[in-house]
Write a protein that binds this ligand. Structure first.
Ligand SMILES: [Zn+2]
Length: 286
């Protein structure tokens, strides 16, 4: 099974969005007034070549994000995109020899604006979204929450991806996405209430496509909750579950905005490898 990291342009957010500061509402409002921008980070969608057809996990950002509704304080003060039309998932997959009809399914981990862009390139694909996420993102209320439902393509007709109350390792709810059972959606609530992640089993190893379950691997390993999650306890428990999973088998951890994710994927570098690198650095610093 091959997995491609598709970098759909770059994004800058606030440092306090990546590593939440304070607690409760103050933590969630901090990115609006924080003057410290992150470095330019990738926005990655992941394409899994499976014999049942390609599964695209998130559709990434779109060039339309260069123009955002200015009335919204988050768009106005807390996020910047850098993306050209050719950087969108559709053109990039085509360059890899994967046409729109090869993409059988698009699984959206959540519907934030840099994860559901460029969907118009996949009119024939089955789009799978958690029903709760779709509800939160829809309508005027969705726009106020910072989603862009008014930009979903006409062809957008998602199928509900409801997870079953069947545990998969430390995750309470899950759903197998392929007949061979090797690709599994698991509930990773926190960043959004219905955020899900996709696990690809490949022999002993597992690829954990986390998207925004944490912004990077270090935050997951450290249990650092972001500045977006509504419920700190829920987010923290999800990060703990991911660590437990990564301790149970060699796991390559793949968030959407981690500058190191594509390299880890190419080298199949597991969280255990990263952890030993971090420990060596800590030992070296002493
Ligand atoms: Zn997000």
């Amino acid at each position: 099974m091959r997995i491609h990291a598709i970098e759909t342009g770059r994004v800058q957010i606030k440092a306090s969005q990546i590593a939440g500061r304070g607690h409760g509402l103050a933590r969630r409002l901090a990115p609006l007034t924080d003057s410290q921008w992150s470095a330019w980070l990738p926005t990655i969608a992941y394409a899994i070549e499976h014999r049942d057809g390609v599964i695209l996990v998130d559709s990434g950002a779109s060039a339309g994000l260069m123009r955002l509704p200015r009335w919204h304080p988050y768009f106005r003060f807390a996020v910047r995109f850098d993306i050209e039309p050719d950087d969108e998932a559709g053109p990039q997959l085509r360059a890899l020899g994967i046409g729109p009809s090869d993409v059988r399914r698009v699984v959206l981990t959540h519907m934030h604006i840099d994860h559901d862009g460029g969907l118009g390139a996949f009119p024939q694909s089955e789009i799978l979204v958690s029903p709760g996420e779709l509800e939160v993102a829809s309508g005027i209320a969705g726009q106020i929450r910072g989603y862009l439902p008014q930009r979903w393509p006409k062809s957008f007709d998602p199928k509900p991806l409801a997870l079953d109350s069947v545990a998969y390792g430390p995750f309470a709810c899950s759903r197998r996405l392929t007949a061979d059972g090797a690709i599994v959606a698991v509930a990773t609530p926190g960043h959004t209430r219905d955020h899900l992640s996709v696990i690809v089993e490949d022999g002993e190893e597992a690829f954990f496509i986390a998207c925004d379950a944490s912004y990077n691997e270090g935050a997951m390993l450290a249990g650092q909750v972001d500045g977006v999650s509504a419920d700190e306890g829920v987010a923290s428990a999800t990060l703990g579950a991911i660590r437990a999973f990564a301790a149970s088998r060699p796991t390559i951890y793949l968030p959407a905005h981690d500058p190191d994710a594509a390299r880890r994927l190419a080298k199949r570098r597991t969280t255990r490898d990263s952890h030993s690198v971090m420990s060596e650095q800590e030992a070296g610093a002493k």
